[in-house]
Design a protein around this ligand. Sequence first.
Ligand code: HEC
Length: 253
Amino acid sequence: MCTRWVVRSASVVCAGVLCISLSPAAAENESAVRETGRLLAVLLDAGRMTIGHNQLLLNDPAKGDKGFTPEVFAEQTRAAFKERTGHDLANLSAATVPEMSKPLLARLLEESKQTVSTYQTVINMPGVKYKGLIPATFGTETGARFQAWSGVYLKQTAPEYLIRNPKNKPDAFEAAEMAKLSEPSFPRVGEQVVSRMAEDGKSMLVLLPLFYKKDCLNCHGAPKGERDVTGYPREGAQEGDLGGAISVKLPMP
Ligand code: HEC
């Protein structure tokens, strides 16, 4: 069953669309929702990157126990998240993040650990190279479970020409924004998201771009067409190219 996530804010007193878009309280509210979306996307990506950094260890057929427990994963992910956002998930109650984001971030980290937990038997098997735990499978599985709990849409997507898994196909908003993000003029540094209020004013759409780094090119890089360790043909991408995005849709309080 899916439990809908609802946040109530006492500061928003008016209900009309015009009123919501003009009052300062609503603007503040809007920026809290946008920041919540950004933080969730960065946390999912921090988990993806942690899997990526440990990929050689995870794929090592000569080694049995990898020592890559959910706790080890969580510690590295918290460190990466802190480096990217300045916020400490180990002390979330004191963090200067929007109140509404706190239970969501805590739950997303739990779901991330859960994903790593479900792979323990497989990743500790000696003699096997590819075990199915890669940044993309981590992101898909964690996003789906988090969404089932919270009702907050959280997924990774990519431009149509890169799509490997049809379930990750972009919707119209995601496709249009990714076209802009793929422009070389869009900055490749920092944690810039693009966001927009849905037309009905009921939800906020936030997109965090994923640019290919060296780690990614073992599978998505050159030579184009040659199969990677997972069996998919490589895309021939280069470092800095847009690989996709993490997409979040949050209901407006
Ligand atoms: C070990 C190989 C491997 C590595 C390393 C890897 N990917 Fe992938 N990537 C895949 C596979 C396989 C899929 C499709 C997974 C599936 O079937 O859901 C995928 C899917 C994706 C998707 C989702 C869209 C789609 O095509 O379905 C994005 C976005 C993505 N990768 C970006 C990246 C980025 C950015 C990095 C580096 C941080 C990276 N990948 C590293 C193999 C890899």
